[in-house]
Design a protein around this ligand. Structure first.
Ligand code: G3P
Length: 219
């Protein structure tokens, strides 16, 4: 299973990348807007040190505009993936870009049918949004499992990026669902390696060690 970071914050990406846990990065217009820096500069900086896909999203709604933007984004780095929204125009753009060997990630996927359409149009990745489905009372994790089943059943190479992850149980559910990739916000990542009993255990061991050392000095 691969882990992507769902952020455009370079410091956050560098910090977690130092642990050897980052296989790629996803951004979207909301995440880019939070950084207050030029889009191209941010994407190129990230793509320069991340050894894996770095996703940058188009903002046009017409396929011609998406294709134009997509070509430009792809020219920013050999590992830049073009994120395209799941619409009819988006599918058309994905199809055109795939013919030019430009990799796409179809985002805002909420049904099996949408995932299948994106894979068939030629998307390299699809992004089902788990948390946003949970928000409307649907089961986001179930969608990921079913998408995985469908992709394997029909032999699509399209990789599933489980997105809109809000908490640790989401991540653990995604791991069991067989998703290829989980894209995780920087705020959630530390929760993956932490546990209160780990902290309590360290504290106990250190206290006992201190006492042991004191006793040794006295001997
Ligand atoms: O990767 C998608 C993500 O950025 C959206 O997350 O929490 O706004 O649904 P969220």
């Amino acid at each position: 299973m691969k882990f992507f970071l769902d952020t455009a914050n370079v410091e956050e990406i560098r910090r977690i990348n130092e642990l050897g846990l980052v296989d790629g990065v996803t951004t979207n217009p909301t995440l880019i807007s939070k950084e207050g820096r030029p889009f191209k500069e941010v994407i190129q900086e990230i793509a320069g040190f991340i050894d894996g896909p770095v996703n940058a999203e188009v903002v046009g709604l017409k396929s011609e505009d998406m294709v134009k933007e997509g070509r430009e984004l792809a020219s920013w780095g050999s590992n830049v993936i073009v994120k395209v929204p799941m619409t009819e125009e988006g599918l058309k753009a994905v199809h055109t870009l795939a013919q030019e060997n430009i990799k796409t990630n179809v985002t805002l996927v909420f049904t099996i049918a949408q995932g299948l359409m994106a894979a068939k149009a030629g998307a390299s990745f699809i992004s089902p949004f788990i948390g946003r489905l949970d928000d409307i009372g649907k089961d986001g994790l179930e969608l990921v499992s079913k998408l995985k089943q469908v992709m394997s059943m029909y032999g699509y190479d399209t990789e599933i990026i489980a997105a809109s992850i809000r908490h640790l149980p989401h991540l653990e559910g995604i791991a069991l669902s067989g998703a290829d990739i989980a894209t995780i916000p920087g705020s959630i990542f530390p929760k993956l390696w932490s546990h209160p009993l780990t902290d309590k255990g360290i504290e106990g061991f250190l206290k006992d060690w201190e006492n042991y050392e004191k006793n040794q000095e006295e001997v």
